[in-house]
Design a protein around this ligand. Structure first.
Ligand SMILES: [Zn+2]
Length: 124
């Protein structure tokens, strides 16, 4: 469970990171919206400790990191874990009713028989 950080702790982390966003590396200006981001997401067993927290711009950086890096990584980890523990239900093969046997073909001519063709080049 993530803890709610006090203003004092948020300021300490912001100062520790030299007022820079850990996603884009840009300066976080005073009054600009920023969040504390878990560097290693909690869902990937990152710790809810100050050492795993870094400031990130609220708009653009934090949400983009969550959507493009964290969420896919978490989804991959869940899939891997599911397969590891055998919880993944394999897809069932589609049972086909098959095709009805075709009716015998009526022919006006004799059925073709294979004709032996000599494809070898003529020897000089
Ligand atoms: Zn940023």
């Amino acid at each position: 469970m993530r803890k709610r950080r006090s203003d004092k702790v948020r300021l300490r982390i912001l100062k520790a990171h030299n007022h820079t966003c850990h996603v884009c590396g840009g300066k976080i200006d005073p009054g600009e919206g920023w969040d504390l981001d878990h560097i290693i997401p909690l869902a990937l067993f990152g710790e809810d400790e100050e050492s795993n927290l870094a400031p990130a711009h609220r708009k653009g950086c934090h949400s983009a990191k969550t959507a493009t890096q964290d969420a896919p990584a978490i989804a991959r980890a869940v899939r891997r874990e599911t397969r590891h523990f055998g919880a993944h239900a394999p897809k069932r093969e589609i049972q086909s009713a098959g095709f009805a046997p075709r009716p015998p073909q009526n022919r006006a001519t004799k059925p073709l028989t294979k004709i032996a063709v000599d494809n070898r080049r003529p020897t000089p």
